[in-house]
Design a protein around this ligand. Structure first.
Ligand SMILES: Nc1ncnc2c1ncn2[C@@H]1O[C@H](COP(=O)(O)OP(=O)(O)OP(=O)(O)O)[C@@H](O)[C@H]1O
Ligand SMILES: [Mg+2]
Length: 271
């Protein structure tokens, strides 16, 4: 059974905005990257998965439970980091984490470890926290009850590079522990380092869904270089792992996920 699935999920906001006939699934234990430019429909999709929005057409399910009909259970059980985190500003971080654990009825078994890992002191008032501190609080809130499924909407926005790295390490550990993760991101490196498969969404439609490896393979790029002697060509081919033919050497390079991404975005200058 798929851990997360959408079938024909549609929400038309008019003027070509929204999400249209989205069908994809994430297997149990898989980390799935959800990439797309601003306004592509990532957050809208995720809000349906979390049961905050009712599908206008189609459906989505997590662990076999319909996201809308069983939204209470889904919201209680999942680990969720919203795209725009808004907290109860009059609480301290610690109060918020306690409140959330109480609401879920699940012990925050990993809270202390996560606070240490992200070097967050939760005792201060949320109102006075920096953007990065709030993001860290959101991470601890999403992971503290050790959920089996995590839906993460741009979880590293606002984090400095050191903390982004710690987050990538956390994701890799969670994947190794068999968690199912949907990761929406603008950061190719983050997705390449953590995800097995990736879906690229553009203007509310899926432009591609494939393994990171297959996407890269399909987008191999060849360069032919001509040297002045076959000897030079031979040594060039050796150094760069190319195919030699007389004075000519063909080198095949894999495009980075970023280049592939730009290709699907349709930016003409990146052909
Ligand atoms: N409640 C709404 N009413 C009308 N249009 C909306 C509504 N919510 C979102 N949209 C539009 O739907 C499109 C998708 O928005 P969404 O927030 O899902 O994009 P996103 O992929 O998460 O973008 P970003 O990378 O900027 O977070 C946008 O054009 C947005 O303006
Ligand atoms: Mg968004």
């Amino acid at each position: 059974m798929d851990a997360i699935s959408t079938k024909g999920l549609t929400r038309d906001y008019g003027g070509g905005k929204g999400i249209f006939d989205l069908t994809f699934s994430v297997g149990e234990g898989e980390t799935f990257g959800f990439l797309g430019p601003n306004g592509a429909g990532k957050t809208t999709t995720i809000r349906h998965l979390m049961g905050f929005l009712r599908p206008r057409a189609g459906s989505c399910a997590i662990g076999g439970r319909d996201c809308w009909r069983e939204r209470e259970n889904i919201q209680r059980d999942l680990g969720y980091i919203p795209g725009e985190i808004s907290f109860f500003n009059d609480m301290t971080g610690a109060e918020f984490l306690r409140f959330l654990a109480g609401y879920r009825g699940q012990k925050p078994v990993r809270q202390k470890e996560l606070l240490d890992r992200f070097e967050l002191d939760p005792r201060g008032g949320i109102k006075k926290m920096s953007k990065g501190m709030k993001q860290k609080l959101g991470i601890v809130a999403a992971f503290q009850h050790d959920p089996a499924v995590l839906i993460l909407d741009e979880p590293t926005s606002g984090l400095d590079p050191l903390m982004q790295n710690r987050f990538v390490e956390l994701l890799r550990e969670e994947t190794a522990r068999g968690k199912t993760i949907l990761l929406s991101s603008h950061m190719f490196e983050e997705v390449e380092r953590t995800c097995q498969r990736v879906g690229i969404i553009r203007a509310g439609r899926l432009a591609a869904v494939d393994s990171v490896e297959a996407l890269r393979k399909r987008h191999l790029r060849s360069y032919t270089v001509t040297l002045d002697t076959p000897e030079r060509a031979e040594s060039f081919a050796r150094d760069f792992g190319g195919q030699q033919d007389g004075c000519r050497v063909t080198v095949t390079a894999r495009q980075s996920l970023e280049e592939i991404f730009l290709h699907y975005y349709g930016g003409g200058e990146h052909d």
